[in-house]
Design a protein around this ligand. Structure first.
Ligand code: PLP
Length: 392
């Protein structure tokens, strides 16, 4: 980020270069597979810089480069790489730095498809995964082996919201020469700056808050160093990972309003969470800004805000009552993903996805994404939903 500018200002101007676009404020959608070169000299020159200039559609277009510039700047990294989805960003980063025989430390609260990738694809290629307690902090040292090459973090966990002590983990990882990656999707790179806490590689499911309108699938890998960027870009290219310029255009357009949208998500989510906290049905609030969330103190220390995604746990009730609650919300719709303008709710059983630490809570967990509807309408929707739980 330019020293004299604040993030809200950069969000408006990053990745934008009207002088190069006939004065158009937005970098247009460059639909390109073939790029032609007027002379053999030009072609040879382009080959030398094939990751930096428009060379062939697979390696990037001005549409993807503009978005990458913005993503790297928001996270505070060296450079970003656009890939086809958030999950692709995770899997590409992992296989860039892991080889057969290596060992991976993976946080137990991780996004389900990441766990699935470790248990199937990485396993098949002879990479061993050990899951660790999200609250491990410096205790992670006890799990490190000579083969450990990567520690993967996700903070907070996107269903159970444990906030990890990243500085403790990265300090130990540095002693052992281990790369530390973080899935930083929850904060959108806006409320958490991973490279200030020792992270080497940050991952964004751009699908969520950056795109922000539930109509784009895209991911980014952002590195702190040039060396790591080149390794990641080479792997991305070897895999034939390419992104649609239309998706990049939409994500960059979404980014322009990231700050105002996030502030609203934050405020409404805090209001709904505060209301939930005082409800008799709710036994625990898993929102990083509340004391009942594991790692709340770490969130207070390291984050500058909170987004619209959190969970709450209610006392056990019969499944048919839960179905009646979920099937009849007016605004809280059931669906995967999040980060759009609309509110969402999902029931989830974390016990199914735990191996390091048992999930022993007997209550029922619901994850909500608080959208841009009027917050009083959302609270009233939840209140009427709770009435259906008690059979009223
Ligand atoms: C949604 C999500 C992803 C995956 O993003 P897609 O673009 O849907 O593949 C990864 N990590 C977290 C935390 C997510 O919420």
């Amino acid at each position: 980020m330019k020293k004299n500018e604040r993030i809200d200002t950069r969000l408006i101007h990053t990745g934008s270069n009207p002088n190069k676009q006939n004065g158009a404020v937005n970098t247009p959608v460059y639909r390109a597979s073939t790029v032609i070169f007027p002379t053999t000299e030009n072609l040879a020159e382009a080959l030398k810089f094939k990751y930096d200039k428009t060379f062939y559609g697979v390696h990037g277009t001005p549409s993807s480069f503009a978005l990458e510039e913005a993503m790297a700047e928001i996270e505070g990294g060296y450079r970003a790489i656009s890939v086809s989805s958030g999950l692709a960003a995770i899997t590409t980063a992992l296989i860039t730095f892991l080889n057969t025989g290596d060992h991976l430390l993976m946080v137990d609260s991780v996004y389900g498809p990441t766990r699935n990738f470790c248990d199937t694809v990485l396993k098949k290629f002879g990479v061993e995964t050990t899951y660790y307690d999200p609250m491990a902090g410096s205790q992670i040292k006890n799990l490190i082996k000579s083969e450990t090459k990567v520690i993967f973090t996700e903070s907070p966990g996107s269903y159970t919201f444990e906030v990890q002590d990243i500085p403790q983990i990265t300090k130990i990882a540095k002693e052992f020469g281990i790369k530390v990656m973080m899935d930083n999707t929850w904060s959108a790179g806006f409320y958490y700056k991973p490279f200030n806490f020792g992270i080497d590689i940050s991952i964004q499911a751009t699908t969520k808050y950056q795109a922000g309108h539930s109509d784009v699938i895209l991911g980014h890998i952002i590195s702190k160093s040039e060396e790591d960027w080149l390794k990641l870009k080479t792997m991305t290219s070897n895999l034939g990972q390419a992104v649609a310029p239309d998706a990049c255009y939409l994500a960059l357009r979404g980014l322009r309003t990231l700050s105002v949208r996030l502030e609203q998500h934050q405020e409404s989510a805090l209001t709904v969470a505060e209301w939930l906290k005082n409800r008799p049905e709710v036994i625990q609030l898993l929102h990083p800004a509340f004391e009942s969330c594991p790692g709340h103190d770490i969130w207070k220390r390291d984050f500058s805000g909170s987004s619209g995604l959190f969970s709450f746990i209610i006392q056990y009730v019969q499944p048919e009552k839960v179905r009646n609650m979920l099937n009849n919300f007016q605004y809280f719709k059931m669906g995967f993903s999040w980060g759009g303008f609309e509110s969402l709710i999902l029931q989830s059983d974390p016990a199914k996805n735990r191996s390091a630490v048992k999930w022993e809570n007997s209550g029922l967990l619901f994850r909500v994404h608080i959208g841009q509807e009027d917050v009083q309408d959302l609270i009233s929707d939840l209140k009427i939903g709770f009435d259906r739980l008690s059979g009223k």
